[in-house]
Ligand binder design. Structure first.
Ligand code: PMT
Length: 308
């Protein structure tokens, strides 16, 4: 607890906190009072996505980053929306976004062409993908079903996650957390961080990184004790993956842990719960492993709501 308090007390102030809080309040008020088909009040899931950075200087020139592309979070968001959930998408700036997966890397330059000096049109080969992306994204955002909140650093991520979790408290068991972001384990505390660019003239750099407190227990115990919580476990050594996922399930009292190995993460995940370990495969090369995964989690969430 002390580590958590000191993390937040020493973190730089979150810019835009009031604006984020007001967007969250409006989104949750709207969704908590609306119904989702025949299945009762609308459920809201917070999907976290992409990697957090660790700044090395307060006026940041250099930072530590990780591999996460945000594909898992963006894809899962689409399937949650399809299943009737509203989604708060806490995402790393610049990573993969919902409904943009089938667009090329540089959509603006690759999808559009000039017909003459004043007219721009979508290239025929990309027109279906562009239309679908715009239509579905617009429907989700303007329908009040998708709220996108971006972060870059570990400080922003954890502060926004706390705001989301405390705002979602009123949803009770209808709230879900799906923590797919790759969160830094080590960081430089703000008050011991160099202010200006670290100089290379002084020779090799020795740096001691502090451990980022695991927020999963705080989330479960304090921030959102009544929500359904799913965390992820990533390893590169599959021999230790299931054991570590099991430990996380018990230690942090998660309702489910999604275990995945770095190199096969798009093909296979293992859903670990108190009662079973279920391997979830994508159906074929053109399908997403998130499709069967979200189906399973939605069922588990329904059972959780019934039993609460
Ligand atoms: O983005 P992609 O390229 O599509 O890749 C998807 C993914 C591999 C990033 C995703 O499927 C995944 O596994 N995300 C979790 C990665 C991770 O941080 O694993 P971990 O074993 O280090 O952490 C386990 C859990 O603890 C995570 O849910 C994380 O949110 C949480 N955590 C981690 C560190 C920390 N200080 N506090 C935390 O709460």
């Amino acid at each position: 607890m002390d580590e958590t308090t000191s993390f937040f007390e020493s973190a730089p102030l979150l810019k835009d906190a009031d604006n984020i809080t007001s967007k969250l309040t409006q989104f949750i008020d709207q969704n908590s009072s609306s119904l989702s088909g025949s299945s009762g009040p609308r459920r809201v899931v917070c999907v976290t996505s992409g990697g957090t950075t660790v700044p090395l200087e307060q006026r940041c020139v250099r930072y530590i980053d990780n591999f996460s592309s945000g594909h898992r979070g963006a894809t899962s968001t689409e399937y949650f929306l399809k299943s009737g959930y509203s989604v708060i998408f806490l995402n790393r700036r610049g990573t993969c976004q919902p409904y943009c997966r089938s667009l090329p890397d540089d959509p603006l330059l690759e999808c559009f062409e000039l017909t003459n000096d004043s007219c721009i049109q979508v290239q025929e080969s990309h027109s279906e993908a562009v239309k679908t992306a715009i239509r579905e994204h617009h429907a989700a955002v303007s329908g009040g079903l998708l709220l996108k909140l971006p972060f870059t650093t570990i400080f922003e991520y954890l502060q926004i996650l706390r705001l989301i979790a405390t705002s979602m408290k009123i949803l009770g068991a209808n709230g879900m957390f799906y923590l797919a972001a790759a969160v830094s384990d080590f960081y430089v505390p703000w008050d011991s961080m160099a202010v200006h660019k670290i100089q290379s003239a002084s020779g090799p750099l020795d740096m001691r990184l502090a451990q980022v407190p695991k927020m999963l227990s705080v989330l479960r115990k304090e921030w959102a004790p009544t929500a359904f919580c799913v965390s992820f476990k990533l390893e590169t050594d599959k021999e230790i993956l299931l054991e570590k996922a099991d430990k996380a399930l018990k230690r942090y009292k998660m309702h489910a842990v999604v275990a995945n190995e770095l190199s096969t993460r798009k093909e296979l995940v293992i859903l670990v719960t108190d009662t079973a370990k279920v391997s979830v495969y994508r159906e074929n090369h053109n399908s997403d492993v998130e499709s069967p995964l979200i189906k399973l989690l939605v069922d588990k969430h329904s059972t959780f709501i019934k039993n609460t």
